[in-house]
Write a protein that binds this ligand. Structure first.
Ligand SMILES: Cc1cc2nc3c(=O)[nH]c(=O)nc-3n(C[C@H](O)[C@H](O)[C@H](O)COP(=O)(O)OP(=O)(O)OC[C@H]3O[C@@H](n4cnc5c(N)ncnc54)[C@H](O)[C@@H]3O)c2cc1C
Length: 241
């Protein structure tokens, strides 16, 4: 609402995908490992959760499917859905039971053409919404907030008003490259993993195997996935502002 009122436009496109989000109980422990299985129709992520009070193993599921397929899955009974999830997981964590209803989120790309206005800033998904394939949305939002806190505090120490144009300009400069890089990488990854066929699948396997073997590159991708790479604001380095 505020973004529209300020006349901030979005660059946006629709992935025609829906992310089905739910939680499951599973037979085998996840050992704190998150998995992502890339199907041509969309990624299937299994994210470890704490065991419940009865010691039952639990994980969250984020399963992206085409928007046409989603209503078919969502009409299934809990047993039918558990069966489909178990099939998609290829028995990775043994037998599955549903732990929550299935919620659907339409997926699109949204990038605000500006992230500041008079005495106003955009942070998080208000500034950038992306496909969850790489799990980067929240990380980016946290970096926005930490960078904003730092530029405002440092500006105020110099005697500037928090809404001062120089402070807002510094926030824009700091966040632009990180946001654009992550958004474009996420979009490319989504397109790359959406290419069907054996040749594309073989090329992806070679690429992933190469990353696995090259430690510095693997470390780079792991730091990126944890949201710990780039010019990190002080708050995210555990330092006071
Ligand atoms: C399926 C899925 C899986 C994801 N997985 C990951 C992941 O693994 N890792 C990761 O880093 N990110 C992930 N994300 C992205 C992450 O969820 C978002 O980037 C993050 O939640 C954005 O936080 P936000 O506070 O900016 O926006 P939101 O979480 O959207 O919060 C905005 C809040 O504002 C409220 N609101 C909206 N308009 C108004 C108004 N006018 N007045 C008052 N309140 C209002 C909304 O109801 C909402 O509660 C995923 C996203 C999806 C959809």
């Amino acid at each position: 609402m505020s973004r529209d009122a300020a006349g901030i436009r979005l660059t946006e496109w629709d992935y025609a995908h829906e992310a089905m989000v739910t939680a499951i109980f599973h037979e085998k422990p996840h050992k704190q490992v998150a998995y992502e299985i890339f199907y041509p129709t969309g990624p299937f992520a299994i994210l470890p959760m704490l065991d419940d009070e009865a010691g039952r193993h639990r994980s969250a599921i984020v399963w992206s499917v085409s928007r046409a397929e989603a209503p078919v899955y969502k009409k299934l009974s809990p047993r039918g859905m558990a069966h489909e999830i178990e099939k998609a997981m290829g028995g990775l964590l043994g037998e599955i039971e549903m732990n929550a209803p299935v919620m659907g989120y339409p997926l699109n790309f949204q990038h605000a053409n500006r992230i500041t206005d008079t005495r106003m800033v955009l942070v998080g998904d208000a500034a950038h919404g992306m496909h969850p394939i790489a799990g980067q949305g929240l990380n980016l939002g946290l970096r926005d907030v930490a960078a904003l806190a730092q530029v405002v505090v440092e500006g105020m120490r110099l005697g500037l008003d928090p809404g001062n144009a120089q402070i807002l300009e510094r926030y824009t400069r700091w966040r632009s490259l990180d946001v654009q890089t992550v958004m474009m990488a996420t979009d490319t990854l989504n397109k790359l993993f959406g290419i069907p066929g054996k040749t594309a699948s073989a090329a992806r396997r070679v690429g992933l195997a190469a990353v696995q073997r090259m430690k510095p590159i693997k470390n780079f991708f792991m730091a990126e996935a944890r949201g710990e790479s780039g010019n990190l604001p002080k708050l995210l380095q555990g330092l006071p502002v």
